[in-house]
Design a protein around this ligand. Structure first.
Ligand code: SF4
Length: 210
């Protein structure tokens, strides 16, 4: 990691893939507003946000585990990490998989997969092992979706982090652009994508010269 690069929260990757402007407003300008989606997301995470430890189906469950990667310059917290220890050396973690809780069903954007992959990259560095897959638990359906950390997803995750760092080091935010993601964005009232998008389309231009 570059010595001047401050650690970024894992959630910043999710924000960036959702919308580059949203990531800039949150992580460069420190603007944040909740809406029903963010509050429901907080409730989903609150269910697993108390650090804890239990066993289930042969896995040791570590809740609210702090994560970091000095190499990538990332830090954050995993909702849940499931681990199996080396039977011949209980101090050594032989297998691990991150589990991320999401309030709704599977989304159209790849951001959840990238955020989960970034968690896995942190765990690989922390535990010194390879992690092939993780899980997303969809609270609404109570189903768990497996996410494979293949080369393509790993490359996308590292490239997204690089692009995010580059973006938030810019002096100005990227322009607002009205898109489907704006419907669920808690910053819509501040960002006002309709204003900039409609103006570019010629709202203030004369429409009839006759
Ligand atoms: S309102 Fe739309 S353009 Fe603005 S930050 Fe949110 S998603 Fe991005």
């Amino acid at each position: 990691m570059h010595p001047e690069a401050r650690p970024l929260p894992l959630s910043a990757l999710n924000h960036y893939l959702y919308c580059e402007r949203r990531a800039y407003l949150i992580h460069a300008e420190r603007v944040f507003v909740d809406n029903e989606h963010t509050l429901l997301g907080n409730l989903a995470h609150a269910a697993v946000d108390t650090p804890g430890y239990e066993h289930r189906a042969g896995w040791e469950l570590l809740r609210a585990l702090p994560l970091f990667s000095d190499t990538l310059g990332l830090s954050g917290k995993a909702d849940l990490v499931e681990i199996r220890r080396d039977p011949t050396d209980s101090a050594r973690i032989a297998e691990a998989r991150p589990v991320e809780y999401k309030k709704g069903p599977a989304r159209r954007w790849a951001n959840d997969h990238v955020q989960l992959c970034a968690q896995a990259l942190c765990l690989e560095e922390m535990f010194g092992l390879r992690i092939d897959a993780g899980l997303i638990f969809h609270v609404a359906s109570a189903l768990r979706t497996e996410v494979a950390f293949d080369d393509a997803l790993r490359a996308l995750t590292v490239a997204t982090l690089s692009n995010l760092r580059s973006q938030i080091s810019n002096p100005t935010a990227p322009p607002a652009q009205l898109k489907p993601q704006c419907d669920g964005c808690s910053l819509r009232g501040i960002c006002m994508p309709e204003a900039t998008t409609v103006r570019r389309a010629g709202l203030f231009e004369p429409r009839d010269y006759a």
